[in-house]
Design a binder for this molecule. Structure first.
Ligand code: DC
Length: 227
């Protein structure tokens, strides 16, 4: 019998460490890692740069011109927007402030979900986001729902931004996270909700190794089942 390709869906709140776990897991298993949030961020950056962020009709027309790709260079995942490296730019505060609004637009979601499904076709992948286990790959063999105390998340994100030399305050980061959590969980299109069959991973008090162990254990069970 042919082995089905493996899909590992990691969903959860902003700044929960989804990408850290997802990247480490993909590396360990030699699977492809896809950061779906980076795709929404890249669309947001395109709309900001082209001054389209207020105009729904123009946004719809622009979607076919937005091409997003991921490359791995020296172990680092690079995000290309229309062939330009935007890996750093999409993490800027201006993008973070607008990405929830952009990712709530039905047409934007439809276009991204289609691309994500194509990226996962006939491949073993780890994809992180908000709706991977519910909408993009409802049949994923492993579904993880990550959460952590909001203050702990804000401190982690603040430290990351500080390391990157970004000027911001902890209050600003906390506010941005609360705003994104609210928008992500209450939007009409594919809101962030836990799929009934997703395993909850609350990492408030877990280190990277412990988180990876929880997820790897789920993957092992699924691989055995898949064989
Ligand atoms: O994971 P992130 O913080 O980089 O994601 C940025 C935004 O994109 C987040 O506020 C919600 C949105 N997003 C989404 O709506 N669906 C996804 N699958 C991934 C991200």
């Amino acid at each position: 019998m042919n082995k089905k390709n493996m899909i590992i869906a990691i969903d959860g709140y902003s700044s929960c460490g989804k990408s850290t776990v997802a990247k480490a897991l993909a590396k360990r298993l030699n699977y492809i890692y896809i950061d779906s949030g980076a795709m929404y961020r890249a669309v947001t950056l395109y709309l900001i740069e082209n001054h389209l962020d207020q105009d729904l009709q123009k946004i719809k027309e622009a979607l076919p011109n937005i091409h997003i790709e991921f490359h791995v260079e020296n172990d680092k995942s690079i995000v290309l927007l229309n062939n330009k490296d935007v890996t750093e730019q999409i993490r800027e505060m201006e993008v973070s402030e607008q990405v929830s609004t952009v990712s709530a637009i039905k047409e934007v979601r439809k276009a991204m979900v289609e691309q994500q499904q194509r990226m996962g076709k006939n491949k073993d992948i780890v994809m992180d986001g908000r709706d991977i286990g519910t909408t993009v790959f409802p049949n994923a063999q492993v579904k993880i729902f990550m959460t952590a105390d909001p203050k702990v998340r804000a401190v982690r994100r603040f430290k990351e931004l500080q390391k990157l030399g970004k000027k911001t305050t902890l209050e600003e980061v906390l506010e941005n996270l609360a705003h994104r959590d609210f928008q992500d969980t209450t939007r009409k299109e594919s809101p962030l909700i836990r799929s009934n069959d997703a395993v909850i991973l609350d990492n408030t008090n877990l280190n990277h190794r412990e988180q990876l162990d929880v997820v790897a254990n789920e993957v092992e069970k699924a691989i055995t089942k898949n064989e």
